[in-house]
Ligand binder design. Structure first.
Ligand SMILES: NC(=O)c1ccc[n+]([C@@H]2O[C@H](COP(=O)([O-])OP(=O)(O)OC[C@H]3O[C@@H](n4cnc5c(N)ncnc54)[C@H](OP(=O)(O)O)[C@@H]3O)[C@@H](O)[C@H]2O)c1
Length: 288
């Protein structure tokens, strides 16, 4: 028999404080939901829009209505492609943590999830689209990690490290779409995000912060639905996937909770594909 210390807490996040960028909908909201259900004390969600059916306010209301949670969700609007906005977000994060958790608490989890894509034919690509994608998916992630480091390292220890998750994409390691609906700069930005996370793993590991990349395949969402339709619709993509389906909220919430829980504390600098194996089948899953 082995003595596994604290096994009943292996997959729990009791008492933890997290921020999820792009937490108002889609994958970010799935992660925020998982964190609260796993016992987190405070989950801050951020996105640009506060009001409306896609805004942070409605997300926070839904999160705080989750059954049997002990923690709470708070929203802060910010554009995380803008450095000044990130600086303001970090200050507001610090203030909210002090208010909810008292003065001796830092940030345990940063999920850099907000991302942008753009698709279209190669040669006429407008330059603004490349700037938008790179500013949010690469420069924004770099600045989030850099500017949140003081809060992430404040109370982190070797036994209980803080965590950064970079929400990248399988598009960061394969070449998913060229041609009329090509996503070349998106794919390049996600490759950069993967490598940024590996660099952060080295930069911050000794300071008791782990950094890992989640690389999803298709999950129905506002960002992905247009491309899912262009590729033949969800049923067709379900059929092509080795698991017979696209990603569901539980898939990404489960992985994010695991990476941030005690069970994930020795994983650092990994890219974890979350696509049911689709990346291996070259887009088609044939059985001969
Ligand atoms: N869904 C997929 O199939 C898939 C696959 C691979 C990778 N991903 C990655 O997963 C991440 C989340 O995608 P998703 O599918 O969940 O997208 P989504 O449903 O469109 O959600 C995107 C979120 O990011 C926020 N956001 C966008 N630009 C922002 C900015 N400049 N500053 C702050 N927040 C911003 C949005 O809110 P506002 O618009 O209000 O700002 C929203 O909360 C992205 O990084 C994406 O590349 C998704």
């Amino acid at each position: 028999m082995s003595e596994l210390k604290g096994f009943n807490q292996f997959f729990r996040l009791d008492g933890k404080v997290a921020i999820v960028t792009g937490g108002s909908r889609g994958l970010g909201l799935h992660c925020a939901t998982g964190f609260l259900l796993a016992g987190a004390k405070l989950v801050i969600v951020t996105a640009r829009k506060a009001g409306g059916p896609q805004g942070i306010d409605q997300a926070v209301e839904k999160l705080n209505a989750l059954p049997n949670i002990v923690g709470k969700a708070v929203g802060i609007p910010a554009n995380v492609a803008e450095t000044e906005d990130i600086e303001r977000l970090v200050q507001s994060t610090q203030d909210i943590i002090a208010k909810v958790c008292g003065p001796n608490k830092g940030l345990d989890i940063l999920v850099a999830n907000a991302g942008a894509t753009w698709g279209g034919p190669f040669e006429p690509t407008p330059d603004w689209s490349s700037k938008k994608v790179l500013d949010l998916n690469v420069r924004g992630v770099f600045n989030l990690a850099r500017l949140y480091t003081p809060l992430l390292t404040k109370y982190a220890t070797q036994e209980d490290p803080s965590r950064i998750i970079v929400m990248s994409s399988v598009a960061g390691s394969n070449v998913p779409h060229v041609g009329d609906n090509g996503t070349i700069m998106y794919s390049a930005s996600k490759a950069a995000a993967h490598h940024l996370a590996r660099n952060l793993a080295m930069e911050l590991g000794r300071r008791h912060v782990t950094t890992n990349t989640i690389a999803p395949g298709f999950f129905p969402s506002k960002l992905a639905n247009g491309l899912i339709d262009i590729l033949g619709g969800q049923e067709e993509l379900d059929r092509q996937n080795p698991r017979g389906r696209l990603g569901v909220p539980e898939d990404v919430a489960g992985l994010a909770v695991f990476l941030c829980s005690p069970a994930g504390s020795y994983i650092n600098g990994e890219d974890i594909a979350l696509d049911g194996g689709a990346r291996l089948s070259n887009g088609r899953h044939f059985k001969l």
